[in-house]
Design a protein around this ligand. Structure first.
Ligand SMILES: Cc1cc2nc3c(=O)[nH]c(=O)nc-3n(C[C@H](O)[C@H](O)[C@H](O)COP(=O)(O)OP(=O)(O)OC[C@H]3O[C@@H](n4cnc5c(N)ncnc54)[C@H](O)[C@@H]3O)c2cc1C
Length: 428
């Protein structure tokens, strides 16, 4: 156990009870709250910030995320934001615009939505559906009873009251840093890749473009190649979200200064996008990206870990919002079974659901992360890839996890071949 659960906390307000306590009101926690309240349960979401709140992000919603938002009844509200149709990949002087692939389950478009608006919309939706949302409240320590989590000690930032919330089950959805999860014994598989990324916003005349853009050849101000990738996501409100990301498998990962890298990238694309690289609309902020299912264990006898707290980001592209929504939905279903049957063993189904849904895919993605960590390979792959639309369309389908379950195309064949390879490496 870490310091979080050992510090004594003085209580000065009465305890409360709930069936399920959710720690964190981001995409994972808010959607878990929504699904549990839809299933008729008494659920309380604790969020330490007050909405609308900022969250460092590219703000890109891919088709998987859009589907989840539709499923939560937010399809109409989404239409007020900037819709885009696909990806423009750029490298070595070439550019390729690709529509999101057709899929029997997922829509063929995405949105770019600032997180201060997206997360408030999803949290308020959970609240409207019956979840109790305590904003400006922080979960300080888990309440443990013979090794079982039975709630948390909570503090209200507004009046400094401290009280306990007792629960039958707890969902850990406190994001990439996940202090609460770590207090319950979660840790990251140290040899697996993780990411780091930085972003800010600029005003641009091209703020309403129907493509998000990704650059595979970021250069410094002297024209030398830098490890990592860059993105430009048009927000549709007069601004564009520009960021750069790196994987821990990349050469020089620890010594790269991401602030300088973002500055170089902004200068590199300034003329194209009509921005003044020296005047972003706000200070750049960065964050760590735990990925590929690298954090566990994902369940305990009375708790489930979801979203970034469980390292659920897709290593192929750094998307995590969709996986936060999806893992939340799976967790809510399992907790519903446990609450209805009175049998906590139902929680174990969550580990299996996550493994069935992402296990092999994340393994292939981790292998990919290792391959593109080699600069020569990365350069060759992006150079060759961008010469073939067909090849890049398969790559997009694989990287966005939009493989078809119903028919086998070239992308599915390529993916299956990669999956065969990773099966030879059980611990990859
Ligand atoms: C620079 C960057 C760019 C990214 N770009 C994209 C992108 O374009 N598209 C995409 O899909 N993903 C992107 N991601 C990943 C994405 O941001 C995450 O995967 C996603 O936010 C995970 O949601 P979550 O609910 O698990 O965690 P979070 O969004 O981090 O939410 C956790 C919440 O818990 C609250 N909290 C934490 N501790 C406590 C506590 N003790 N008590 C109460 N509340 C607490 C926090 O305030 C926060 O609101 C990006 C990440 C980074 C860093």
């Amino acid at each position: 156990m870490t310091d979080i659960d050992s510090a004594p906390v003085a209580l000065n307000a009465p305890a409360r009870d709930t069936e399920v306590l959710v720690i964190g009101g981001g995409p994972a926690g808010a959607s878990a709250g929504y699904w549990l309240s839809q299933l008729g349960h008494d659920v309380t979401i604790i969020e330490k910030k007050t909405f609308p709140r900022e969250k460092t992000c590219g703000d890109g919603l891919t088709p998987r995320a859009v589907k989840q938002l539709h499923d939560m009844g937010l399809g109409d509200q989404l239409t007020q934001f900037h819709r885009y149709e696909g990806l423009r990949a750029k490298a070595h002087g070439r550019a390729l615009e690709m529509h999101w692939p057709e899929h029997p389950i997922y829509p063929q478009h995405g949105y770019v939505v600032r997180r201060r608006e997206l997360d408030m919309m999803v949290a308020k939706n959970a609240q409207s559906s019956g979840a109790h949302l305590l904003e400006g409240h922080e979960a300080l320590t888990p309440i443990l009873d013979r090794g079982f989590v039975r709630g948390a000690v909570i503090t209200s930032k507004a009046d400094n009251t401290t009280f306990e919330i007792h629960a039958k089950y707890v969902i850990v959805a406190d994001g990439a840093n996940s202090r609460f999860g770590r207090a319950l014994g979660t840790s990251r598989a140290k040899k697996w890749p993780y990411g780091t990324a930085i972003r800010t916003y600029w005003e641009s005349p091209r703020h309403a473009e129907p493509w998000i853009e990704s650059a595979l050849d970021v250069k410094d101000r002297n024209g030398n190649s830098m490890p990592g990738y860059g993105w430009i996501f048009p927000v549709g409100d007069g601004t564009i979200n520009i960021g750069v990301g790196l994987l821990s498998t990349f050469r020089d990962f620890k010594s790269v200064n991401t602030t300088h890298m973002l500055d170089s990238y902004a200068h590199m694309i300034a003329d194209d996008w009509g921005i003044n690289p020296d005047t972003p609309t706000c200070k750049a902020t960065s964050g760590r990206i735990p990925m590929g299912g690298s954090v566990g264990p994902k369940i305990g006898p009375t708790h489930i870990v979801i979203g970034d707290a469980a390292g659920s980001v897709n290593p192929f592209n750094g998307e995590g919002i969709d996986y936060a929504y999806e893992t939340a939905h799976m967790a809510a279903d399992c907790l519903h079974d446990a609450l209805v049957s009175g049998d906590p063993v139902a929680l174990q189904r969550y580990s299996k659901l996550v493994e069935d849904e992402y296990g092999e895919y994340f393994k292939v993605a981790r292998l990919f992360a290792r391959i593109i960590g080699r600069p020569v390979l990365m350069r060759e792959l992006s150079r060759v890839g961008l010469q073939s639309r067909t090849l890049m369309e398969w790559v997009l389908r694989i990287m966005a996890n939009l493989l078809r379950p119903d028919e086998i195309g070239a992308a599915e064949v390529a993916y299956k071949a990669a999956a065969q390879i990773v099966r030879l490496f059980p611990n990859a």
